[in-house]
Design a protein around this ligand. Structure first.
Ligand SMILES: [Zn+2]
Length: 200
C-alpha cells in the first residue's frame, strides 16, 4: 500500500508496544521522575499493555457487530439503558467515563442486545470525542443496521476537566443524537427520553 494512504482501521497492525514503552520512559524522565526506581520499573510495560486494550477499537470495524442481525416481527422500541462507558478523550488521552443509553426501532433486522454494547465499545476504545462517539453509534444503528430510527444519549465525566479543576468535580457532560423517526417525530423522541430518564 502506498505511503500516506490511510488504511481501513481494522486492517491496521497491532500497537507498537516497545515504542510506547520508550515514550512512557521519556515522559517519566520529562516530569523529573526516576524510571529506575522500584515502583516505576515496569510502568512503561504496564502502560503499553493498557494502551493496547484502550485502543483496541482502532483495529476493528465496530459495524461488524451489526452484521449478525436476525429477522424479527418485533417493530417496537429496543432501548438499552445504562451501558457502562469507558473511553479516552483524544485531546488529553485522559479517560471519560459514564453511561450510554442506546435505542432504536427495528426496520428489517434486529440485533442481539449485547451487540449494541459491542458497537459502542468498538468506537469507545480509540482516541475519541464524546460528541463523535454519540453520532457514530446513532449512525451505525440507523444507516448500517437500517433501523427506522435511533437515539443515543451519553452522560460522562471527563477527567481532563474534573481532575484538572477546570470544572467542578462530578460535572457531567450530556450529548445526544437522534436519527430517523426520532429526529422527525417530537412525540416519539419525548417518549423515549422519558424512558431513559425513568428508574435511574
Ligand atoms: Zn480532554
Amino acid at each position: 500500500m502506498a505511503e500516506g494512504v490511510p488504511q481501513e482501521p481494522w486492517r491496521r497492525p497491532g500497537v507498537d508496544k516497545p515504542r510506547i514503552e520508550r515514550a512512557v520512559r521519556e515522559i517519566l524522565l520529562a516530569i523529573g521522575e526516576n524510571p529506575e526506581r522500584e515502583g516505576l520499573l515496569y510502568t512503561p510495560q504496564r502502560v503499553a499493555e493498557a494502551y493496547e486494550y484502550f485502543f483496541a477499537g482502532l483495529r476493528e470495524d465496530p459495524l461488524k457487530h451489526l452484521e449478525v442481525g436476525f429477522s424479527e416481527e418485533y417493530k417496537g422500541l429496543v432501548l438499552v439503558r445504562n451501558i457502562d462507558l469507558h473511553s479516552l478523550c483524544e485531546h488529553h488521552l485522559v479517560p471519560f467515563v459514564g453511561k450510554a443509553h442506546v435505542g432504536y426501532v427495528p426496520g428489517e433486522k434486529v440485533v442481539g442486545i449485547s451487540k449494541i454494547a459491542r458497537l459502542m465499545e468498538g468506537y469507545a476504545r480509540r482516541p475519541q470525542l464524546q460528541e463523535r462517539l454519540t453520532d457514530q453509534i446513532a449512525d451505525g444503528l440507523y444507516e448500517h443496521l437500517g433501523s427506522k430510527g435511533s437515539i443515543v444519549v451519553i452522560e460522562a465525566e471527563h477527567l481532563c476537566m474534573t481532575a484538572r479543576g477546570v470544572q467542578k468535580p462530578g460535572s457531567i457532560t450530556v450529548t445526544s443524537a437522534v436519527r430517523g423517526i426520532f429526529a422527525e417525530d417530537e412525540s416519539q423522541r419525548a417518549e423515549v427520553m422519558a424512558l431513559i430518564r425513568s428508574q435511574r
